[in-house]
Design a protein around this ligand. Structure first.
Ligand code: 5GP
Length: 131
């Protein structure tokens, strides 16, 4: 059965898309720790991040770098933090989170409630500076 992220990539479930290439897809996390919290996902359906081949892992990190640069360009923050958990969704993904302090990366923090219009605006701003 396809994962929820495969359904998003296929367009069967809506998302706030940031960018994609032939191998990877980036979209806003629906329960963000911060405005601009983005997920980077391989189109290949694989559960555990470290089961990706060396080549795919490197390519995914390079794609995530481009996404992180766009997030930092669009969202006021000190840095973009990166994390890999994968405890909820069994489809490898990188979290990119705009941060100002260490505690902004604590995943048990309360998540932001954003409106559809806010998600749309954030996705538009990040994707417009994605190179
Ligand atoms: P993890 O697997 O790394 O522990 O967490 C999965 C992340 O995916 C969570 O931050 C959660 O909010 C996000 N997520 C789960 N389902 C969806 C979804 O349907 N759409 C989006 N955009 N994000 C999701």
């Amino acid at each position: 059965m396809a994962t929820i992220f495969s359904k998003i990539i296929a367009g069967d479930i809506p998302c706030y898309k940031i960018a994609e290439n032939d191998k990877f897809f980036a979209f806003l996390d629906i329960n963000p720790l911060a405005k601009g919290h983005t997920l980077v996902v391989p189109k290949q359906e694989i559960d555990y991040f470290f089961d990706l081949s060396n080549e795919d892992l490197a390519a995914m990190q390079i794609f995530a770098k481009r996404v992180a640069t766009a997030v930092k360009g669009a969202i006021p923050c000190k840095k973009v933090g990166q994390a890999v958990l994968g405890l909820q969704v069994p489809h490898a993904h990188i979290h990119l989170i705009p941060i100002k302090k260490e505690s902004d990366m604590i995943f048990s923090n309360p998540k932001l409630k954003l409106t559809d219009a806010e998600f749309c605006e954030i996705a538009k701003e990040i994707s417009s500076v994605f190179k």
